[in-house]
Design a binder for this molecule. Structure first.
Ligand code: GLU
Length: 371
């Protein structure tokens, strides 16, 4: 998993200090993931923010001021990561990359080998752009794209962009009350791109534009990407626990990527217990009909992930519910033909359609949970 951390999360620019409590919680999340066998790479911004005050730079920095600030701040940033990770017995490794390191084939292979070796040795790579020496032609200019290139280069399972917003909205939620959150993006269409607005609409650097550019790089390389809020403590744990985020599904694998995402990434918000007949139908690859449902537990909305469990207590599948929990309870145990009478409207015949359903521990769907 590659995690990109924005400057504002890790650095208090006006005080010129690292947000140590936040970083400690982040290091704890990384340690928990590593203990689960997940290899984690961080792409951490913050070098410029950490040094601008110290060097007396104010306002919008010129390029050479940014490069000078990065030279000073990177030492502090790396030191902070090293300390935070060592509290969990983890070793931090610093890599400073430029665009060329992910484009030029020879350097690309070098960078990839180094990262693979570090991961195998149990270290946590902490990557930033080599801002101090990069000229405009060889700069990424933003760490969203750098993180996406790193994720693509390593064939990561997922990329998480931690930011000050919990995902992509149909419009800027700070200006437009009607803006709706987008939970899943299956394809980056022109309509999706239009939602990112102008480069300046959500803080010029690291705005939605560059996040969508990152999403294109990542998803085309088969990496699923999330935009999630990172401002609270333990942001990765929160994401695993089902915090709101926007997920961009990996492109080339289509339906399979979607299923893997349902199986591996989403935390279920409810549980649907089914009878033996429904359990057998599910295992045979069919959809879950309301008739086979015994109980519905939890509060969830239409489209939310749910766990399907047999009466024997065995987890059978994970899927996206076509009905909210309240409606699901009403139609449980009834034939699909009764749905319209029970609810007063006619929804899907299936409570969980097989396209939105992943069997656990079996065949096609029994693929290992991704990273
Ligand atoms: N590399 C820059 C820094 O460390 C940040 C670039 C970005 O956040 O996109 O300050």
């Amino acid at each position: 998993m590659v995690v990109k951390i924005g400057s504002a999360l890790i650095a208090d620019a006006s005080a010129g200090r690292v947000k140590t409590a936040w970083l400690a919680s982040m290091a704890a999340d990384i340690a928990a993931l590593r203990a689960d066998g997940v290899e984690v790479i961080t792409v951490s911004s913050g070098a410029i923010a950490l040094a601008r005050r110290l060097l007396g730079f104010r306002g919008r920095l010129r390029l050479e001021e940014q490069q000078a600030a990065a030279a000073v701040g990177q030492i502090r940033l790396a030191q902070a990561w090293s300390e935070a990770l060592s509290a969990h017995g983890l070793v931090a490794a610093q890599l400073l990359l430029t665009l060329g390191d992910t484009e030029d084939r020879r350097r690309y292979l070098n960078a990839r080998e180094t990262l693979a070796t570090l991961l195998a040795a149990g270290a946590v790579p902490v990557i930033n752009e080599n801002d101090s020496v990069a000229t405009s032609e060889i700069r990424f200019g933003d760490n969203d794209r750098l993180a996406a290139r790193v994720a693509a280069m390593l064939g990561a399972d997922r990329l998480v962009l931690l930011s000050d917003i919990d995902g992509l909205y149909t419009a800027d939620p700070r200006r437009d009350e009607a803006a709706e959150h987008i939970a899943v993006v299956e394809r980056i269409t022109p309509a999706i791109e239009a939602m990112a607005g102008d480069a300046g609409s959500l803080s010029a650097r690291g705005g939605m534009r560059t996040k969508l550019e990152a999403a294109k790089i990542a998803t085309r390389a088969g990496v699923a990407m999330a935009i999630a809020r990172g401002t609270g403590l333990h942001p990765l744990r929160a994401l695993a626990d089902g915090a709101r985020a926007s997920w961009f599904l990996a492109e080339p694998e289509g339906a399979q990527a979607r299923k893997r995402w349902i199986a591996g990434v989403l935390a279920p918000l409810g549980m649907i217990a089914v009878d033996a007949g429904a359990a057998a139908a599910l295992r045979a690859g069919r959809s879950l009909l309301p008739a086979g449902v015994v109980t519905v537990t939890g509060e969830f909305s239409r489209g939310d992930p749910v766990l399907v469990r047999g009466v024997d207590g065995k987890d059978i599948a994970k899927g996206l519910s076509a009905y909210g929990s309240e409606d699901a309870r009403r139609i449980a145990g009834h034939r699909s033909s009764e749905i319209a009478t029970l609810l007063g409207w006619r929804g899907r015949d299936e409570l969980v359609h097989r396209d939105d359903l992943v069997l656990l521990d079996m065949g096609e769907t029994g693929r290992k949970r991704s990273g």
